[in-house]
Design a protein around this ligand. Structure first.
Ligand code: HEC
Length: 309
């Protein structure tokens, strides 16, 4: 379906269900919509592009870290004021285990039980039997589902705006249709490798070094050690040990930080190759060492495989 039409259709659906109505960002010029012009009196719902293409992925990662919602799982905010949400039936749903993060429910690879968090791999208790990459529901249906919740998915509409939820659905749709890079561009699932993944073959590490220099070094430094990330990791060590998570960070940025999508691409395949090239480059332990006093991965580590230097 035509994307522009789809967006306005979703906006109309959202408006008619009287969900939270966002203000349009100052300065954006949206042409009048011929399908709804003259019909609506209510303020327009801001088009999702106003949130930026990479916002949905950061909300998928940790929505309350990305956006100032006054929500802290199990602590504060939300419909009950105590950081809990309800399921689709209106029953209180405790935050335990998943903290309502979509990445905890569906995994960093969006594949639910079929993926990296599934029983055959990292076996996380919070993972749901839904593979978002093979799910064939429309974007509108995904929005309604995430807004209202079901038995196992919280009603995110209680805490996120309609445009935020639409951004998440569009992110999922972008990855599953291949318009955006996805996990399948970057790694394969593995029963043997630590953390249950190996980087895909076919990377050009030399090209990856250039991508790192252009897109990352300005903040993370030439040797990727300027900012300690995720505890006491350098970006190099993070990439050598957690590429199943890192692909999503590179694609969308890190919630609540200055890091957004720093690479540019015109197709999912092109962006996916860039991310793979980048991770292959970061497998060089001499160019991108761990932080002082932190052990690096040993020779032969299967995650970087033949890229490990
Ligand atoms: C505008 C500055 C900036 C740019 C450019 C940038 N980053 Fe970041 N990055 C950050 C900040 C800030 C953090 C968050 C550090 C923290 O608070 O833990 C971060 C976090 C990360 C993390 C850790 C995520 C986690 O789970 O903790 C990784 C991995 C990472 N960046 C890799 C990259 C790569 C690869 C690039 C290039 C494609 C890049 N960054 C570009 C600023 C930047």
């Amino acid at each position: 379906m035509n994307r522009v039409f789809l967006r306005s259709a979703v906006a109309v659906v959202l408006m008619s269900s009287a969900l939270s109505v966002g203000c349009e960002k100052g300065g954006s010029t949206t042409p009048p919509d011929p399908t709804t012009a003259g019909v609506q009196e209510a303020p327009r719902v801001a088009v999702p592009e106003a949130l930026g293409d990479d916002v949905g992925g950061r909300l998928f990662d940790r929505f309350y870290g990305e956006s100032d919602l006054g929500f802290e799982p199990g602590k504060s905010g939300g419909p009950n004021g105590d950081g809990t949400l309800h399921d689709g039936g209106g029953n209180a749903m405790p935050s335990e285990g998943h903290d309502y993060r979509l990445k905890n429910l569906f995994g960093w690879d969006l594949r639910g039980v079929d993926g990296i968090y599934g029983p055959e791999y990292q076996a996380k208790k919070t993972v749901l039997p839904v593979n978002l990459l093979t799910d064939s529901r429309s974007v509108e249906a995904l929005v309604a589902w995430l807004t209202n919740g079901d038995d196992v998915v919280p009603a995110y509409g209680e805490v996120m705006s309609a445009e935020q939820i639409l951004s998440i659905a569009e992110f999922v749709d972008g990855v599953r249709t291949g318009a955006l890079p996805g996990p399948t561009h970057v790694f394969e699932l593995s029963k043997e490798a630590p953390k249950n993944y190996t980087l895909k073959s076919g990377a050009d590490a030399e090209r990856g070094k250039q991508i790192y220099a252009d897109a990352c070094a300005g903040c993370h430094g030439e040797d990727a050690r300027n900012i300690a990330v995720d505890g006491d990791n350098s970006v190099g060590l993070f990439a050598r040990t957690k590429a199943y998570e890192g692909w999503l960070k590179v694609l969308n940025g890190h919630p609540g930080s200055s890091m957004h999508r720093e690479i540019t691409f015109t197709s999912g395949d092109e962006g996916g190759q860039q991310i793979l090239d980048l991770f292959a480059a970061l497998c060089d332990r001499t160019l991108f060492p761990s932080l002082d006093g932190v052990d690096d991965v040993p020779d032969g580590d299967l995650r970087c495989g033949s890229y490990l230097k």
